[in-house]
Design a protein around this ligand. Sequence first.
Ligand SMILES: *Cc1c(COP(=O)(O)O)cnc(C)c1O
Length: 227
Amino acid sequence: MTNIAKNIERLSDRLRRLERQYERSAASVQLLAVSKRHPVQSIIAANKAGIVDFGENYLQEALDKIQHFSSMHLNWHFIGPIQSNKTKAIAENFQWVHSIDRFKIAQRLSDQREPSTAKLNVCVQIKLCDETNKSGVELSKAEALCDSVDALPNLKLRGLMAIPAAVPDLESQRRTFRVLAQEYDRLKPRYAQFDTLSMGMSNDLEAAIAEGSTLIRVGTTIFGPRS
Ligand SMILES: *Cc1c(COP(=O)(O)O)cnc(C)c1O
């Protein structure tokens, strides 16, 4: 077994344990493997271990990988900041985008998505009261942005995402994630296909699961440190 396969097995066991510990239903937390700055060999190893969902931040690197794996049925998630001049390639090549924080970007993605293909699944990224991360819409503007994204014809609004500032202790991590989870619960009845709370990374996934995450985005714990 490769190290990556072992890491995935250990992580999956841990996920199932955390689901029980925090009274989440079995398999209610999905795993997105964040493969940014890792080579295609690492993606192959993860795929052999059962992973089909991969997250990428850098467009050109991602496009090379998507091209490389074009004969396989992998789901590609764009999770990084989006500049306007990148929306066409994202709309044409990804299944998911987690980092919508302005209407203009959402509108371009919808306009550039081929209507005959499946809709592009999107999450709105929320900024959770910290100065370190400039991405994300403010909480007070989340509902208005979600309403306008939900009205776009070629996008499917699936939920919310956030990247909180790194803090070491579980309780402060949980407090921050709770803010996002409460907004998610409040907005959920408004949108037909709202089922994804994208929160939790290698260092805060336990807190995220405790607070109701449905999808954790994990890089380092699966693939090791990035080059
Ligand atoms: C890099 C990245 C991750 C993965 O982070 P790790 O700490 O390596 O697990 C998750 N989400 C986003 C948006 C990222 O950019």
